[in-house]
Write a protein that binds this ligand. Structure first.
Ligand code: SF4
Length: 193
C-alpha cells in the first residue's frame, strides 16, 4: 500500500515551481527587451545594476562579484556596451588601474522606467506585497545560508540587524525600527555578520 503524499510537501513543491516559473517568465521578458534593444540579457543586467547604484563605484570586478559571472565574460559584455555607446568608462580615482562605469545619456534615454514584472507586482494589494516580501526574504535567506553563496547585502545576514526575521526588525546602525517594506536586500551600509 502506497503512502499518502504529504500535503505540505506538495505545497512546498508547488511554491518552488511557481517561483521558478516567475524566474523563467522574467528571463523571457528580459530576452524580449534585449532583442528589442539589440543587447544580451547579461548586458541588460549589467546596465540595470549600474542604474541601481548611481552613487557607488562599479567596475568589472564588482559586477563579476555581484552578478556571480566570471570577470572575462563581464569584461567582454562591458567592452561591447562601451563600443555601442551605452556605457562610459572612466578612470577610477581610487585605483589607477581600475575603471568605473556609468550609463551614457543614450542608455539613460533607452532605459524603461519599470519592467513588466514591476507592473505585475504593483498590481498587488499593499498587505500582500509586505507578506510576499517577507516570505521571499526568508526564501532568499535560506538559499544564501544553505549554499554559502556570496550575495545579497540583506538585513538578515547583516551585523547591524537585530530582530526575529518575522515581526520585529531593527537596524542598530541606522538606529531605527524597520518596517517590512524597509528591509533591504542590497544595502550600502551592510556589514557581514
Ligand atoms: S545596515 Fe543595512 S542591511 Fe544592515 S541592518 Fe541596517 S538596513 Fe539592514
Amino acid at each position: 500500500m502506497g503512502t499518502a503524499a504529504n500535503p505540505n510537501t506538495a505545497l512546498d513543491h508547488h511554491l518552488a515551481t511557481v517561483l521558478e516559473r516567475i524566474g523563467e517568465v522574467s528571463r523571457a521578458l528580459r530576452l524580449r527587451e534585449a532583442g528589442e534593444a539589440d543587447i544580451s540579457p547579461l548586458q541588460l543586467r549589467i546596465m540595470g545594476f549600474i542604474a541601481d547604484h548611481p552613487d557607488t563605484q562599479v567596475g568589472v570586478a564588482r559586477l563579476s562579484d555581484e552578478l556571480q559571472i566570471s570577470r572575462p565574460t563581464i569584461s567582454v559584455s562591458v567592452r561591447l556596451l562601451v563600443e555601442q555607446g551605452l556605457l562610459l568608462r572612466r578612470a577610477d580615482p581610487a585605483d589607477q588601474r581600475g575603471h568605473t562605469l556609468r550609463l551614457s545619456a543614450k542608455a539613460l534615454r533607452g532605459m524603461t522606467a519599470g519592467s513588466p514584472l514591476d507592473d505585475a507586482v504593483a498590481a498587488l494589494a499593499p498587505s500582500c506585497k509586505e507578506a510576499l516580501l517577507l516570505a521571499l526574504m526568508q526564501v532568499l535567506h535560506q538559499l544564501v545560508g544553505s549554499r554559502k553563496l556570496q550575495v545579497q547585502r540583506m538585513c538578515w545576514t547583516c551585523a547591524h540587524y537585530d530582530g526575529d526575521r518575522k515581526e520585529h526588525h531593527r537596524c542598530l546602525l541606522l538606529k531605527k525600527t524597520l518596517k517590512v517594506r524597509e528591509l533591504r536586500t542590497d544595502c550600502a551600509e551592510y556589514e557581514a555578520a
